[in-house]
Ligand binder design. Structure first.
Ligand SMILES: Cc1cc2nc3c(=O)[nH]c(=O)nc-3n(C[C@H](O)[C@H](O)[C@H](O)COP(=O)(O)O)c2cc1C
Length: 200
C-alpha cells in the first residue's frame, strides 16, 4: 500500500507535521510505503481560473511544483492531508492545493435534459485522513459557531473526490506551541492508529 502525507503548515516540524508523520509512521509499521510532502518546500501557486483543465479534465495546465504532485496523488491508495487552522479556516497552502483539485472536475451536459453536470475524474475509492491543528481549545473560548463552516467545507473534499473511507482528527488547544502535538502521547497514538487503520 502506498500512502502520501501532505503537510500544509508553513512551520517546520510543528504540530501538523508531527501529526502527519505519526499517521505515516503508524501505516509504515504495518508495512505501507509512505512519502511526506511539506508544501512549504514547494513553489506553488493558486488556481488561475483559466479553465484550461476543462479541455482535459485531470490535467492542470499550470507549470509549478503542484502540477506533478496533483498527478502523483492519483496513484496513492491513501492520502493524509494536514493543515493548521488559520483565521477559522485552512492555511493558504492547503487552500491552494484544494483549489487546484478543481482540475479533476469534468463539466458536461445531460444529453436528455440539457442540464449542466459535474463529475470528478479523480480515481474514486481512495482513503483519506485529515489532520487539523488549532490553537483554540475545545469548546472554543469565543464563537463556537465560527468553526461550523470549516467542518462542513472539509467534508466536501472527500465527498467531491469520491473517497472511500475518510477520517478527521482534530488537535485542539495547541495555542502557538509548535511542540504541543509532540507532547500529547494520546493524540499521537490516535494519529498512529489512524495510519494503521488505512491498512485494513
Ligand atoms: C495566521 C494565523 C491564524 C490563526 N488562526 C487561528 C484560528 O482561527 N483558530 C485557531 O484555533 N487557531 C488559529 N491559529 C493557531 C494555529 O492554528 C495553531 O498554532 C496550530 O497549532 C499551528 O499549526 P502548526 O504548529 O502545524 O503550524 C492561527 C495561527 C496563525 C499563525
Amino acid at each position: 500500500m502506498n500512502i502520501i502525507g501532505i503537510n500544509a503548515s508553513p512551520r517546520k516540524k510543528a504540530n501538523t507535521q508531527t501529526l502527519v508523520e505519526a499517521v505515516l509512521d503508524g501505516a509504515a509499521a504495518g508495512g505501507a510505503k509512505t512519502r511526506l510532502v511539506n508544501l512549504r518546500d514547494l513553489k506553488i501557486n493558486g488556481c488561475l481560473g483559466c479553465e484550461g483543465c476543462k479541455k482535459h479534465p485531470g490535467r492542470c495546465v499550470q507549470k509549478d511544483d503542484l502540477t506533478p504532485l496533483l498527478q502523483a496523488l492519483t496513484s496513492y491508495d491513501a492520502i493524509v492531508l494536514g493543515t493548521p487552522v488559520y483565521w477559522f479556516h485552512v492555511t493558504a497552502q492547503f487552500k491552494m492545493l484544494v483549489d487546484r483539485l478543481y482540475s479533476f472536475m469534468e463539466f458536461g451536459q445531460n444529453p436528455e435534459t440539457g442540464a449542466s453536470t459535474v463529475r470528478s475524474v479523480f480515481p474514486a475509492g481512495k482513503q483519506f485522513v485529515f489532520l487539523i491543528s488549532r490553537g483554540d481549545p475545545e469548546p472554543p473560548a469565543l464563537f463556537p459557531q465560527f468553526y461550523d463552516h470549516l467542518n462542513e467545507w472539509l467534508n466536501l473534499i472527500p465527498l467531491t473526490l469520491g473517497a472511500g473511507n475518510y477520517e478527521f482528527l482534530h488537535q485542539y488547544g495547541a495555542d502557538i506551541d509548535r511542540k504541543a502535538a509532540l507532547n500529547d502521547p494520546i493524540l499521537i497514538e490516535k494519529a498512529r492508529q489512524a495510519g494503521k487503520k488505512l491498512l485494513v
